[in-house]
Write a protein that binds this ligand. Structure first.
Ligand code: PAN
Ligand code: ZN
Length: 189
């Protein structure tokens, strides 16, 4: 018998909550090392420890062929010129791709090929899909003035590997210039 409670969940666009899924919260202190502008990071942290984002994940089953999904909600804001962002990760099972779909707000994704380091920026907006291929580090940023919410769907066996990014960070940084997100090499900041 199918357990429908485990298979159905409802997203509340007003709050970014997903029924039946307990959200994980990430605050500024959890993202030490992610922002390139360390002085701006320390100054913001000294002034408080704001909530940067929440992710509510649903894991209906863990079999081969199953899918997991989550709704992320990133607050609007900046540290220096860098937008509030997620930690970013590779999938522990590297071939796992992911499908992102924008729900509310204006965002961008930074995608970096693990083998070549090649980077690109993809807009994440309501009704826009972003396909994150396997072997690709991904980080999401809120480039707008209201909360950015999005859906991410990935293979159940994908897993999250935060270690590689925590060690070397992304090669590129996304900054807001004249109100627009611009991608630049970290060492050219
Ligand atoms: C997403 C991410 C979500 C939060 O559901 O987990 O955007 O980002 P971090 O996991 O990097 O903190 C996803 O990509 N899952 O695989
Ligand atoms: Zn992912």
């Amino acid at each position: 018998m199918l357990d429908l409670d485990r298979l159905l969940s409802r997203y509340n666009p007003a709050t970014g909550e997903l029924a039946g899924a307990k959200p994980v919260e990430r605050r500024l202190a959890d993202l030490r090392g992610c922002f390139a502008d360390m002085a701006a990071y320390e100054a913001a942290l000294a002034a408080g420890n704001p909530l940067l984002y929440r992710v509510a994940s649903v894991e209906p089953a863990r079999g081969e062929g199953d899918l997991h999904y989550g709704v992320g909600c990133i607050m609007p804001g900046k540290i220096g010129n860098e937008y509030f962002m997620t930690k970013g990760h590779l999938h522990a099972w590297r071939p796992a791709a992911e499908f992102y779909f924008g729900l509310t707000g204006e965002g961008v994704m930074l995608l970096e090929d693990e083998a070549t380091g090649e980077s690109r920026m993809a807009p994440l907006r309501p009704h826009h899909a972003v396909y994150v291929p396997g072997h690709t580090a991904h980080r999401t940023m809120n480039a707008g003035a209201v909360p950015l919410t999005y859906l991410g769907v990935y293979p159940a066996r994908a897993g999250h590997d935060y270690g590689a990014i925590a060690q070397r960070n992304f090669r590129c940084v996304v900054v807001g210039r004249a109100g627009q997100p611009v991608m630049i090499e970290r060492n050219q900041l």
